[in-house]
Each structure stands twice: as C-alpha cells, then as structure tokens.
Design a binder for this molecule. Structure first.
Ligand SMILES: [Zn+2]
Length: 404
C-alpha cells in the first residue's frame, strides 16, 4: 500500500502518460503503478513537474505600495525610500506581509524558497524575528531558506557585521551581501566570506545591478569564492552589467563564474523595471552555469508589480531574452525548477524514483506552455502530501443566451 497515486501524468521528458506512486514523502514508482494507494488523484494527462523553486525573494519588504510616497526613478532612490519606510516596520507587520507572499507562492506551486531578510542598524533583527518562525509554520508546504542580507552595506552601516553574526546565530541559513552599496566593495565581499566560513554557510550576493559595466564585482566574488574553497556554494543575483560587455568580455567573466561554480539568478521583473536589461541568460546557460529566474520583489519601489508566481518570470524572460524555441522554453522551465534546486542545493529534487515528492500539476500538457501561457495550477504536492487543490469553473453564459 502506497500513500498517494497520481494517475495519468504527462512528464516533461517522457512519451505518453505515466503514474507516479508516492510513499513516505518520496517518489517510489514511475510508469504503470498497480499498487493500491490510500489516496488516488486522476491527473488525466496533464503535465506534472517538480515543485517550483524560488531562488531569490524579499519577503520582508514585499507589499509596500500603499505605504511609500512617490516612485523610485533609480535603484539608489528605491533603496533610500525603502530605508525610510523600514523605520516603521514592526515584527508583526513584516510577518503579515511575508505570510501574504508565501501564501501566493505556495498556491502557485512553489515548494522551496530562498528569502533575503535585511539585517542592518535601521531594522535591526526585526526581519529575522518576523520571518524565522515562518520556516516552521510553512514547513508542510514549502522549504524556506533565510539569507541574512546586508542591504544597507556593511562598512558604511557600522554595526551590521555584528548583526549579521547574530542573525546567523539565530538560525539564518546563509549570508548575503551587496558590494555595490558599500564604500569598500572588496572588503565587503571579504566580510561576507569570513562570515560564511565562520558559520559554514553558503553566500549570496546582489551584484552588478547597473546598466553599464562600471563595477563588475563578480570578478572579485569569483576570486574570493575560489580562495575560500566555496565552489558550488555561492550565488549572485542581477548581474545585469555583464550584458553590457562586448561578447569576448562576457566570455572571460563567464569563464571565471564557471571556474568558481557560481550560480546566477536573473530577476526579470526588477531588472527590466529598473535597468531595462537582463544578464545574458542564454550565454550563461550555454556555458553550463546554473541560471535561475526569480521573483525578487513583489509590489514595492523596486518592482511595483508581482504575483510571486514564478511562471510569470519565465514569460518575461522568453520575451526579454528572446527565448522562443521549444528547446529554449524548456530551458526556461529548468530555470524555475532543476537549476534553482542546484543553486539552493536541495537534496533529492526531481521526478526520479527516490526523489522527494514535491510535485506540481499544471493545466496544460507540454512544458513549453508553462512559459508561453502561464497556465493555472491544479494540484500541489509537498513531501508526498497534497497541499493545494485549485478548483476552476467557467460558465460561458453568453453561449446559452446566443442559443435562445
Ligand atoms: Zn534582491
């Protein structure tokens, strides 16, 4: 007797349909499954993928649109105005907004997430206190990683290094920096790596988020990644400056990224809104770099729109990065699933027997449709248990009227 049987699933890399059998939170059979199950779901030929993996989101500063005045013309302005709004944050307020975003993400089929949580002299550890308990609260639906993030800089915001250390002692999963928002970017990166080594955690940087290649801190991060022996344990978000380099210059930087084993996270909604440029996704993928698409911000000054549904990011990237072939659209699906799973170092992720049963049923048949049409989800499974059932009903009333 197995726990759950999904009957008649269309799987991305397989002809026809297959059943997926699940027991004790894991996939135990794929194909024709005859075993009896405690619960059976008729999938009726719809597409099943592993759960979506959100590699980069800010739960603590989401949903601020009614609260901030004006609109930010630039990244610097967005950081400054959000810093002002942050003075009014309370633990309860942060937690309420974070829950709203988590609920959207879970309903959209996200089963793992990395959230940055700002730690600095303005907000102190309130963001950590607000978000940390949500790891346990949402564990039945989603695995939440928390990155203690120095949004205001480290050297230009004295006290931040000690706060980051406290956040890691509280239970942050990893440490994050933003070298372009500090007085000494090299030293900033060194401090992040020293904390990563001290606590044996991964590191994640906001990097090179400008239109012109005026920083290229990625080169320093790659150097320090190799020096620290942190291969496969470092991710960078944005990296829009890379796209402004001539092709040969891009290839040289990408070679450094490959050598250091760094994952790259493109944030299409924010990057297009503030910079109108994405990192060179196709070139990075072609070089074998794990590339993730992620949400980053949901309805704040950095990104005034957002649904926490990762499929929208693939839709945007298909247009902005000109990725319209069947192969490219399937690669885009990988940037929401298997590739961010690698960056977050999720264990046993996927559709193979033995993998954790974190699964998503889509209202479509082919993976390309995820990108092309952002189809509704019908069912989400986390750790082998159904977490979300969507019911949809549409009555085409006008047809009946026509028939009269
Ligand atoms: Zn971010």
């Amino acid at each position: 007797m197995i726990d759950l049987l999904l009957r008649g699933c269309r799987l991305p890399d397989r002809e026809g349909v297959a059943d997926v059998g699940i027991a004790e939170g894991r996939i135990v059979a794929v194909g024709v499954v005859d075993q009896r199950a405690r619960e059976t779901v008729e999938v009726r030929g719809r597409l099943v993928t592993p759960g979506l993996v959100e590699a980069h989101i800010h739960l603590d500063k989401a949903l601020l649109m009614g609260r901030v005045r004006g609109s930010a013309g630039t990244l610097e302005e967005a950081i400054r105005l959000t810093g002002e709004a942050k003075r009014g944050f309370t633990v309860e307020d942060i937690r309420t907004r974070a829950r709203q975003v988590l609920d959207l993400a879970v309903a959209a089929g996200t089963t793992a997430m990395r959230s940055h949580v700002e730690v600095d002299p303005i907000v102190g550890l309130a963001g950590m206190a607000a978000v940390l308990p949500l790891k346990g609260e949402y564990a039945p639906a989603l695995d939440l990683q928390i990155c203690a993030f120095a949004q205001e800089g480290i050297l230009q915001a004295p006290g931040t290094e000690a706060l980051l250390r406290q956040a890691l002692q509280m239970g942050a999963d990893l440490v994050g920096g933003v070298p372009y928002n500090d007085t000494d970017p090299v030293k900033h990166i060194e401090i992040v790596f020293s904390l990563a080594r001290e606590f044996d955690v991964d590191a994640d940087f906001h990097v090179d988020f400008f239109d012109e290649p005026e920083h290229l801190h990625i080169r320093e991060i790659a150097k320090q990644t190799v020096r620290a022996g942190w291969h496969g344990r470092v991710a960078v978000g944005h990296l829009t400056e890379l796209a402004a380099l001539p092709p040969r210059g891009q290839d040289a930087v990408i070679a450094d990224i490959v050598t250091a084993g760094i994952g790259v996270i493109s944030l299409p909604a924010t990057d297009l809104y503030l910079i109108a440029r994405l990192t060179p996704i196709r070139r990075l993928l072609a070089a074998g770099v794990p590339v993730a698409l992620a949400t980053n911000n949901v309805r704040n000054l950095f990104t005034p729109v957002g649904t926490a549904d990762l499929a929208h990011m693939a839709f945007l990237a298909a247009v902005a990065a000109h990725m319209g072939t069947s192969t490219q659209m399937r690669e885009l699906v990988a940037t929401l699933t298997t590739l961010p799973a690698r960056i977050l170092r999720l264990r046993d992720y996927g559709l193979a027997v033995g993998c954790r049963a974190d699964l998503l049923v889509w209202e479509c048949e082919r993976p390309e449709e995820i990108v092309a049409a952002v189809p509704p989800r019908s069912l989400v499974v986390k750790n082998g248990r159904v977490t979300i059932e969507h019911e949809r009903r549409r009555r085409e009333v006008w047809r009946r009227r026509e028939g009269l």
